[in-house]
Ligand binder design. Structure first.
Ligand code: CIZ
Ligand code: SF4
Length: 319
């Protein structure tokens, strides 16, 4: 729309004026991803977002995603100004893993390595030995198994269970879940597969075990995106946030992408294949944050320094 165009132009001018760059997650709305692409920013998963932000020479990073992504950027780049369209955008995994309870939990198993998913608060990261994202989790846990380590895993129980199964690691799991991925239903996916027998089933491992079990490919957002490029199938049933369709369609315009059903019978769900917090990132809020330097992310320095250790360990980890 005309309005949209005006806001987009305003954002472009502000990005230049403030020497800022836009770092957008795959799950944000198309308009945000498009803008990141047009302005020399990036569309990425949380691992790539962290790397891109840390290595970029901009003074300000505008992180369009959820809170833990802004915090990660601040932990890695304390000298930069980190702003987010809204600080209200959080994550059910982060919410479900409060630092005090988590710290008490860890204290019960002092001999175990603490491995936390990136989808956690800075304080939880500060309590961890390792931070991982879904694109690197399997490799890090395999490495720990090779070293004879036992593991505490938090917060996503589905991803943790999947990694445990794949690696045979001795893991104690926190019981968190992603409200988007936990809604995908194997039955609905199999019903769709009857209609599209040639479709490949792509599943993010935050999904329940029954859904992971029927997948042709299990992987992080960037790994699923790569699968749509390299696989010969013309149709894909995708069990992750539908925001990823923007890049999937762009890479393979002639292929068909179908959202995995979230209930066997079309019942309502809390967040049908789209994260309600990612969806809070609007062009208007992005413009306001840049214009007013609002939505700035701060992490207390003692927490930041502690959280940097496991985060840097992840970034330095070579497969
Ligand atoms: O579900 C999320 O929030 C994901 C996939 C984050 C990430 O690692 O990009
Ligand atoms: Fe958190 Fe799930 Fe939203 Fe990702 S999609 S930010 S894991 S609630």
């Amino acid at each position: 729309s005309v309005d949209n165009q005006a806001i987009r132009d305003e954002i472009k001018a502000l990005l230049q004026q403030k020497n800022a760059v836009l770092v957008a997650h795959y799950y944000t709305d198309d308009a945000i991803q498009e803008l990141a692409e047009e302005t020399g920013g990036v569309i990425a998963d949380s691992l790539e977002m962290a790397r891109f932000g840390a290595n970029h020479e901009a003074d300000t990073l505008v992180v369009a995603g959820v809170k833990f992504m802004g915090e990660t950027a601040k932990i890695l780049s304390p000298e930069k100004t980190i702003i987010m369209p809204t600080l209200e955008a959080t994550c059910s995994l982060d919410i479900g893993c409060p630092i005090d309870e988590f710290s008490d939990f860890c204290d019960q198993y002092p001999e175990r390595k603490v491995v936390v998913y990136a989808n956690t608060s800075a304080a939880v990261k500060a309590r961890a030995d390792w931070v991982v994202t879904s694109s690197i989790a399997l490799d890090v846990v395999e490495h720990l198994v090779d070293q004879g380590e036992k593991i505490i895993w938090a917060p996503d129980q589905h991803l943790g269970g999947y990694i445990q199964k794949e690696t045979g690691a001795d893991m104690i799991l926190w019981d968190g879940a992603c409200i988007v991925h936990e809604e995908f239903k194997a039955k609905g996916i199999l019903d769709l597969k009857k209609i599209y027998p040639d479709a490949a089933i792509l599943v993010h491992p935050e999904s329940p075990e029954s859904v992971v079990e029927i997948a042709d490919v299990v992987g992080s957002t960037s790994q699923l995106l790569n699968a749509t490029k390299s696989m010969p199938n013309s149709t894909f049933i995708v069990a992750t946030d539908r925001g990823i369709f923007y890049k999937m369609k762009q890479a393979s315009p002639s292929k068909r992408f179908i959202e995995a059903p979230t209930a066997g019978s079309g019942a309502t769900c809390r967040s049908c294949a789209h994260c309600p917090w990612m969806a809070l990132n609007s062009l208007e809020l992005l413009r306001n944050a840049l214009r007013d330097t609002s939505g700035e992310v701060f992490v207390p320095e003692d927490t930041r320094v502690k959280a940097l250790v496991p985060l840097q360990r992840m970034l330095d980890f070579q497969v």
